[in-house]
Design a protein around this ligand. Structure first.
Ligand code: FMN
Length: 248
């Protein structure tokens, strides 16, 4: 079984592609944990994978918590992160709670529009073309139950993961920064698509009912009206959501 968390579709696609190539199944972590804590037991014959995006050179909290609920009783385990550029020491930290044999990073289009603009269309296309090749390599290694650590950590990885990640988790996950413009037509896609149920439609407008969220950027990137903003900067930035037509 391959468990994934995904805000804007990159990690979902990666998980589903590895599942397709290895004859496995992909399941959403958000879907599993929405009704409460889970327990996963993986015995000696099992193969278990987790796929997720990198947030601030770390593993999203929802994924970290889910991994702690997995008991690896001799199963082959692997982890794949998707990232715009680099993962820092996120995967090494994850190993403390999820003792995988295989770990990979896959570069995918950047979705963090609170911090940066989206990648250019050319860069998006080239990242996805490279990712497709990488998925063959990863899938073959998973089938062979290989022990691999092939992660793009980037420069200053230890410092970034040790310092920026906790600051992000403490200060940058507030939902206060989201605002909604009058162009919102109340379609409710943001509320339906929020993986942690942090948005409720009230009087046909989204209201963030939790103080903190994962900052997965699904709501802001997916809004067809571009009506959701985070401060002023996102007004002039693009939006990104993985689409299967990016594959052609
Ligand atoms: C809050 C946040 C923080 C991010 N931090 C990083 C980072 O530290 N390094 C990086 O390379 N990409 C970073 N990204 C980009 C995502 O990891 C990347 O776009 C990922 O593929 C998105 O996956 P998804 O579509 O499955 O949500 C960040 C994205 C978000 C939303």
């Amino acid at each position: 079984m391959i468990f994934y968390f995904s805000g804007t579709g990159n990690s979902k696609w990666v998980a589903e592609e590895i599942a397709r190539r290895t004859g496995d199944e992909a399941q959403s972590i958000a879907g599993l944990v929405k009704d409460g804590p889970t327990v996963v037991y993986a015995g000696a014959d099992a193969c278990i994978g987790v796929v997720f995006p990198i947030y601030a050179w770390g593993v999203p909290l929802i994924v970290e918590r889910f991994c702690k609920s997995i008991t690896l009783a001799g199963a082959y385990a692997f982890a794949v992160c998707t990232c715009g550029d680099e993962a820092g020491k996120a995967m090494l930290r994850l190993k403390k709670s999820f003792a995988y044999q295989g770990a990979w990073s896959v570069k995918m289009p950047n979705n963090y529009i609170a911090g940066f603009d989206v990648d250019s269309p050319e860069l998006e296309r080239s990242k996805i073309a490279e990712a497709k090749k990488r998925l063959d390599t990863i899938s073959n290694a998973v089938l062979a139950k290989s022990t691999v650590y092939d992660v793009c950590e980037g420069s200053g990885a230890s410092i970034k993961t040790a310092l920026v990640r906790p600051m992000f988790n403490t200060f940058a996950r507030s939902t206060k920064r989201f605002s909604v413009e009058s162009s919102c037509n109340g379609c409710g896609l943001c509320a339906r698509g929020c993986p942690i149920g942090a948005i409720q439609m009230q009087n046909e407008k989204p209201v963030w009912i939790r103080k903190h969220c994962t900052q997965c950027m699904a709501c802001i990137n997916r809004c067809p009206q571009r009506a959701i903003q985070m401060g002023e900067d996102t007004k002039n930035r693009g939006r990104y959501y993985f689409k299967t037509d990016s594959l052609t």
